[in-house]
Design a protein around this ligand. Structure first.
Ligand code: NDP
Length: 332
């Protein structure tokens, strides 16, 4: 079985030389464990943080050990009564072809209810992040004007659409290409969108939200957060979900330079970790899967075929080559 190892800790942008695809023996399936043939695995921005040797909310990847992360696959051997051969499961041992997992650490993923990849994206961790971040952290309410950055990505595209479906008066998104901007407005129903590479973010946000914004869902940090602080209304709310513009930075970013505006506007900025919101999981799946089935909520996936392209897929995610969820597919 092949698996990806981190072989050196990147400084700044990771390069292919920091990783190796290695052959490893598949471990014995112990009592209470299952053997899964992975069909798809997830590459996510948070994995960049795990490549640094710093204490964080998820432990760092160990050098010369298999990397891990979300994956879905088919059970091909089971030594636990709760999981049968042929079941499809979601689990945490991605970045490899075969995984031996404790049965209590897998969740059933029913391919008759949704495509398997949906459990990594729209109905999975990024989806719950969008749902919980908007509703429980940003305290979204009907009539709000919402701005979301990284809006053509897995989390951002869902934030914008959930806000619309729950009665936002205006939803604005930013993304890194004109094609993505077009998708946001024409397919996902955003009221306005802009390409942050086309000009000053604050000016573009002011043009898109002449009356200000009530909520900012931050996936990017840096100049986007600064722009939002300038455009937020009094008592505006911010969910700080991610700051991808800084993940490869070798120096701390100076922005937001206007942080003092938080005082006069009485803004509320709150960080968000999806793992705090497991309580919303069943409500989230119920509500969002109904919207997906009815076609009211759309989603994209960018599937990169072949385990050998796993690292390229991850680097592509950091470069913005994905629309919607970035996934490495080991089948088809
Ligand atoms: P995405 O699908 O949004 O993919 C990442 C996107 O980030 C790229 O497609 C790219 O799009 C954009 N990007 C890359 N560099 C920059 C930059 N310098 N400035 C602006 N945009 C950039 O990933 P996810 O939906 O999985 O994650 C989105 C955010 O949410 C990330 O910050 C992630 O860390 C965070 N997150 C946080 C969680 C939590 O619990 N706090 C859980 C899950 C995700 P473009 O072409 O638009 O530049």
């Amino acid at each position: 079985s092949r698996e990806w190892h981190l072989t050196a800790r990147p400084h700044g942008w990771p390069t292919p030389a920091d990783f190796a695809l290695r052959e490893a023996a598949v471990p014995e399936v112990g009592e209470g464990q299952v053997l899964v043939r992975n069909k798809h695995f997830s590459v996510d921005p948070y994995m960049r943080g795990r490549m640094n040797d710093v204490k964080s909310y998820v432990p760092p990847f160990q050098l010369d050990q298999p990397m891990d992360g979300g994956a879905v696959g088919e059970v091909i051997a089971s030594r636990d009564d709760s999981v049968a051969v042929g079941d499809h499961v979601l689990h945490g041992l991605g970045w490899r072809e075969y995984a031996v997992v404790d049965a209590k650490r897998v969740a059933k993923a029913d391919p008759s209810l949704a495509p398997l990849t949906a459990y990594l994206g729209v109905l999975g961790m990024p989806g719950l992040t969008a749902y919980a971040g908007l509703l429980e952290v940003a305290l979204f309410k009907e009539g709000d004007t919402v701005f979301v950055s990284g809006a053509a990505g897995a989390v951002g595209s869902e934030v914008g659409q959930i806000a619309k479906l729950k009665g936002a008066s205006r939803v604005i998104g930013s993304a890194g290409s004109d094609e993505k901007v077009k998708l946001l407005v024409e397919e996902y129903g955003f009221d306005a969108a802009f390409n942050y590479k086309n000009g000053d973010v604050t000016q573009q946000l002011k043009d898109a939200a002449p009356d200000g914004i009530d909520v900012y869902f931050d996936n990017v940090g840096g100049d986007h957060l600064e722009a939002a602080i300038s455009v937020l209304k009094v008592h505006g709310r911010v969910a700080i979900c991610g700051m991808i513009s800084m993940y490869n930075a070798t120096e701390p970013s100076p922005a937001p330079r206007n942080l003092a505006m938080v005082i006069g506007k009485r803004l509320r900025l709150q960080g968000l970790l999806v793992s705090d919101h497991a309580n919303l999981q069943s409500q989230f799946v119920e509500e969002v899967s109904a919207w997906v089935r009815s076609g009211e909520l759309k989603y994209s996936e960018t599937k990169v075929p072949g385990i050998e392209n796993g690292v390229e897929a991850f680097l592509g995610l950091l470069r913005g080559e994905n629309t919607g969820k970035m996934i490495v597919s080991l089948e088809d």
